[in-house]
Design a protein around this ligand. Structure first.
Ligand code: ADQ
Length: 444
């Protein structure tokens, strides 16, 4: 079997494996366990200058190769162009995008530095799989250094209609860079169609043919077990007591403006305002760990949410009831899984999202004998795959309130009828299958 080289902005911590690890590390674990593999990327640390050579750590068949980033590269490549320009543009939010040529130069320089450090480590028959928007130019930089390996790219976030992407300065160069990859994966058919059109419009018709949808998934059985075990724990018993028989609505998101949190909180406020009988029945727990806390827009979002939470609780709380519980600290995955299993409603309303794994985790965590209802944004990548959800426009707080009211009243039979096909879909579209399908395409 060919060695797999995974390139990602962040390399997972070698100490965090299994249940404690998150996201990409979990999704790729299976592929990495079965063959020789290398994780290549940023160490998560900054230094005076970006390292020219990676530090290597071997763990059995797996090698971690990581680079420290220079302070100025971190600002330009990571905070600047990746998070400040590309992230909002790819989430259809051109109005939030900031652009500077200096940041863009930093982005290209770090991609070149990654390729420069990686190229000498590559064997002729390696397969290279680059992840996400931080690495559009990395494949082209490898090719410039003589790489002939199969190069794959997967975009975890949405790809907007070509006219939106074209609004980003230098976007045509990024499309030209993508043409260096042999396989280009996106989350949904819509994303794939957008990218194909954008590539074709820039004269990269051949590259457009290499674009396909590979919807990412989770390890549903493992998550279900985690959830089942979590509810037996003492801390869950304490939590259930504190809910005092009320139905739980759960939200779990990184604190990010793409997740639609202000509109979601307003939607919950509308539920309490328009359906007063719900006040004695419901408690909403939102877990939203701070993310990118050093970026101004994220600080502003946090202030906005602090105010909204205060307003909703101030307006509706009773001496013995807090309507909205809000945590910005990270919560261990087993505890999250337990919250999800106990929740009568999973509330997942991003304004745009590549896939949204929380929606799939909520489905996987449910008790088949008494499943809850998923209220899902129609603009999450998961929406076309999870047809049993109540779909909402996340910009419309009234629609969110109506869906919450409907979810709270939904009889068991309907909940099961909606949940069963979703559970099958989540099991079927697993992280393992996602990985295998992409690697099969990459192998050619
Ligand atoms: P994210 O934007 O981070 O991922 P998401 O898909 O929901 O969004 O994944 C978040 C993961 O982190 C989930 O596994 C979730 O359980 C976990 N998580 C969230 N809050 C947590 C907390 N408080 N404590 C512990 N874990 C927490 C990006 C894209 C998505 C795409 C994924 C995968 O933005 O659209 O689905 O990559 O491709």
């Amino acid at each position: 079997m060919k060695r797999l080289v995974i390139v990602a902005n962040r390399v997972p911590d070698p100490k965090e494996r299994g249940a404690t690890a998150g996201g990409l590390a979990v999704a790729l674990q299976d592929a990495v366990n079965r063959r020789d593999a290398m994780w290549f990327g940023w160490s998560g640390k900054t230094a005076e200058a970006t390292a020219a050579e990676p530090s290597l750590l071997r763990q059995g068949r797996l090698t971690y190769a990581t680079l420290d980033l220079g302070d100025s590269d971190y600002r330009r490549y990571y905070q600047g162009f990746s998070n400040g320009s590309l992230w909002p543009t790819l989430h259809y939010r051109l109005g939030l995008a900031q652009f500077s040529r200096d940041d863009y130069a930093g982005y290209r320089e770090v991609n070149a530095a990654f390729a420069g450090a990686l190229a000498p480590l590559l064997r002729p028959d390696d397969m290279v799989w680059a992840h996400d928007f931080h690495l559009f130019p990395m494949g082209a930089e490898l090719r410039r250094r003589g790489s002939r390996q199969r190069l794959g790219f997967f975009l975890h976030v949405p790809f907007p209609p070509p006219a939106v992407f074209a609004g980003l300065p230098r976007s045509a160069e990024l499309l030209a860079d993508l043409a260096a990859y042999d396989v280009i994966g996106l989350q949904t058919e819509d994303d794939a169609a957008h990218l194909r059109a954008a590539l074709a419009a820039e004269g990269h018709a051949e590259a457009a043919e290499r674009v396909s949808a590979f919807p990412i998934g989770i390890d549903a059985d493992a998550f279900a077990k985690l959830a089942e075990r979590a509810v037996e724990k003492q801390e869950m018993a304490r939590f259930r007591r504190s809910i005092a028989g009320r139905a739980l609505v759960i939200g779990v998101d990184r604190l990010d403006y793409s997740k639609g949190l202000p509109q979601r909180f307003s939607g919950y406020g509308q539920l309490l305002a328009r359906y007063p009988e719900q006040r004695s029945r419901v408690t909403y727990l939102q877990v939203a760990p701070v993310s990118r806390g050093d970026v101004a827009q994220y600080q502003a979002l946090r202030r906005e949410l602090d105010e909204l939470v205060g307003r909703i609780n101030g307006d509706y709380a009773e001496p013995d009831w807090v309507p909205l519980r809000y945590m910005t600290r990270p919560v261990p995955r087993p505890t999250l899984a337990g919250f999800m299993r106990h929740a009568r409603v999973g509330l997942v309303t991003p304004l745009r999202d590549g896939m949204n794994l929380v929606a799939k985790e909520y489905v996987a965590a449910q008790d088949p004998a008494d499943p809850g209802t998923l209220v899902l944004s129609r603009f999450a990548g998961a929406a076309p795959y999870l047809k049993g959800a109540l779909l909402v426009n996340p910009l419309d707080p009234d629609e969110i309130a109506e869906a919450l009211d409907q979810a709270m009243a939904m009889p068991l039979k309907e909940r099961q009828e909606r949940w069963e096909p979703m559970a099958a879909e989540v099991r079927e579209g697993s992280a393992r299958n996602w990985c295998q399908k992409f690697l099969a395409a990459l192998e050619g």
